[in-house]
Write a protein that binds this ligand. Structure first.
Ligand code: NAP
Length: 262
């Protein structure tokens, strides 16, 4: 790479995205900042420029088809050495209470945008044999079977999709020089969900999450959980996958399904 690297960060107007942009500026990156609130982006951009970065802002709604297209086109134009696909919103509503349009928008923002933007930057990264994709999912991706006392089906589905997408992509990218990392924070102290986590003693500060995702990326970690020190916890979870695949992949129906119809 000649000159300064460029990172495109979505959800850069607050929280984890803004904290990541600040760290990247301190590490010598130029930045393309994406979110809807142009005034917030402009204020972030101004302080990052003072740190010496060239900063471009792109105000767009990633839940909207045209907004996502605009950002994908800009991402494809490049150069983008690092994509931090972080923007998201909570959808803690029972599925039946969401309108079809809500479902469409929430899915586009929380799931499709990660894939579309990755697809936009990948060809150039593969061409140069360098670059990185970081997606921000959530620890709730692993909560599908748990009773947590609040509805979150579409959010869990989207974040699980992001985990599956990024982990699978990381395998596809092996030996290419391009890496993929998915970050699954627990509670984070940000504007998230109307500031619901602010002041919660279990919530991690956004700069720590930003630090973890850039460190995980640098270390080549595929699945990063900022609050977990013992990597064996994550390994034990991923180790169940071959068991399920090998034991479930049979031509013969499992006997317990052979019971006669009532
Ligand atoms: N906070 C937590 O407890 C927590 C836990 C696990 C995972 N996460 C994940 O972390 C990521 C960042 O969240 P955060 O905690 O930093 O919350 P945040 O402070 O609310 O930041 C969310 C960011 O996403 C942007 N955004 C929201 N809707 C958008 C849209 N339709 N189009 C474009 N940008 C949009 C927001 O900017 P604008 O409003 O200006 O558009 C903002 O910059 C999310 O993906 C979230 O799922 C958060």
């Amino acid at each position: 790479m000649i000159g300064r690297p460029t990172a495109l960060v979505t959800g850069a107007s607050s929280g984890i995205g803004a904290a990541t942009a600040r760290l990247l500026a301190a590490q010598g990156y130029d930045l393309i900042l994406v979110a809807r609130r142009e005034d917030q982006l402009a204020a972030e951009a101004e302080s990052l420029r003072q740190a010496g970065s060239r900063v471009e802002i792109l105000a767009a709604d990633l839940a909207d088809h045209q907004g996502l297209r605009t950002v994908a086109d800009r991402a494809q134009d490049g150069p983008v050495d690092l994509l931090v696909s972080n923007a998201g919103t909570s959808a803690y509503t029972p599925l039946a209470d969401l309108t079809p349009d809500d479902v469409d928008h929430l899915w586009r923002l929380n799931a499709t945008a990660h894939i579309t933007l990755t697809r936009a930057v990948l060809p150039a990264m593969l061409h140069t044999g360098s670059g990185g994709i970081i997606t921000v999912a959530s620890l709730l991706a692993f909560s599908a079977g748990l009773d947590m006392g609040f509805p979150r089906t579409l959010y869990v589905a989207a974040k699980s999709a992001v985990v599956g997408f990024t982990r699978s992509l990381a395998g596809e990218l092996r030996e290419t020089g391009v890496s993929a990392t998915v970050v699954c924070p627990g509670l984070v102290d940000t504007e998230w969900s109307g500031g619901a986590n602010q002041g919660d003693p279990r919530a991690m500060p956004a700069p720590d999450v930003a630090q973890s995702l850039l460190t995980a990326h640098r270390q080549g970690e595929v699945l990063c959980v900022p609050g977990i020190e013992d990597r064996d916890v994550i390994r034990r979870w991923t180790d169940t996958e071959p068991t399920l695949l090998l034991q479930g992949n049979h031509a013969e129906l499992a006997p317990r399904y052979r019971c006669p119809a009532p």
